[in-house]
Design a protein around this ligand. Structure first.
Ligand code: F6R
Length: 256
């Protein structure tokens, strides 16, 4: 498949600088134009440096953030919001609290949403989440990482292109990859997650896929070599989105 728009940076640091600048420019533009902006966020190792730089830029420029909302791709299930491994805590620590601390009008309780890993009724929670995204007017810019197996969000291989937010089982490969956050102990990694579906992600007005490191080169190579999208590589369903860009570092880019 032709990887439409892709930008390659020498290092992870320069990649994060560029992505943070890109996101911030979009947020500023959106807030100026319509008064609101909905940023779709991802967790994982790749966006960590992006959030750090985004907060730095915002702290210098001091825009009014009362019109900014964020929604996250996914959350483990079951997991408590107080669990340090929850994506809720990841976002609190990396983005929401630092933004709230700047007193620019960003109030996480009101403006940041993520699926509840502690929901008593996960099916109702998925419906609530889809409704929240719709009520916000949809996602303006969705940030995404890519799994070594081609997953996006927690849409594992085989996920239907029209899938919506739902409860899913994690694959062995994802459990293995994420055990690095659990001292390598696979048995501690939650077995399920609530994730936006591929269809939910495709509804965003713009998609940004980030990848860093040599371990992402094989899946990106596979993606580039595909003649068309296949359910076995969920990220391939996103390549046809009218406004998608790949931001990669040199190690991940390989032959893309
Ligand atoms: C995280 C998410 C995942 C990650 C992917 C890559 O919210 O949705 O799809 O983006 O697993 O993770 P890292 O960046 O840790 O390699």
């Amino acid at each position: 498949m032709i990887i439409p728009s892709h930008h390659v940076y020498a290092t992870y640091d320069t990649l994060c600088d560029a992505v943070a600048t890109y996101i911030y420019t979009n947020i500023r533009h959106g807030l100026q134009k319509t008064g609101t902006f909905v940023l779709g966020c991802a967790t994982g190792s790749t966006p960590e440096g992006v959030y750090e730089r985004l907060v730095q830029t915002i702290s210098k420029d001091k825009p009014d953030l009362s019109g900014l909302s964020t929604v996250n791709l996914d959350e483990y299930f079951p997991i408590q919001r107080t669990d340090p491994q929850s994506y809720y805590q990841f976002m609190m620590k990396r983005l929401w609290e630092p933004l709230a601390d700047l007193s620019l009008g960003f109030v996480p309780d009101r403006q940041a949403d993520i699926p509840r890993g502690d929901a008593p009724d996960p099916v109702a929670e998925c419906a609530r989440y889809e409704a929240r995204i719709r009520a916000l007017g949809g996602v303006d810019l969705q940030l995404l990482g890519i799994g070594v197996n081609g997953h996006v969000g927690f849409n594992e291989p085989g996920s239907p292109t029209d899938s919506r937010t739902r409860l899913v089982d994690l694959t062995e490969s994802t459990i293995r990859a994420n055990s690095r956050f659990y001292q390598g102990d696979k048995t501690k990694v939650p077995r399920q997650a609530i994730t936006m579906g591929i269809g939910t992600i495709l509804d965003a007005r713009e998609l940004l896929i980030l990848a860093s490191g040599k371990n992402k080169a094989p899946i990106l190579d596979k993606l580039a070599a595909l003649p068309h999208a296949i359910p076995d590589i969920p990220a391939s369903a996103l390549v046809g989105h009218p406004h998608i860009s790949f931001f990669l570092d040199q190690d991940a880019a390989h032959s893309v």
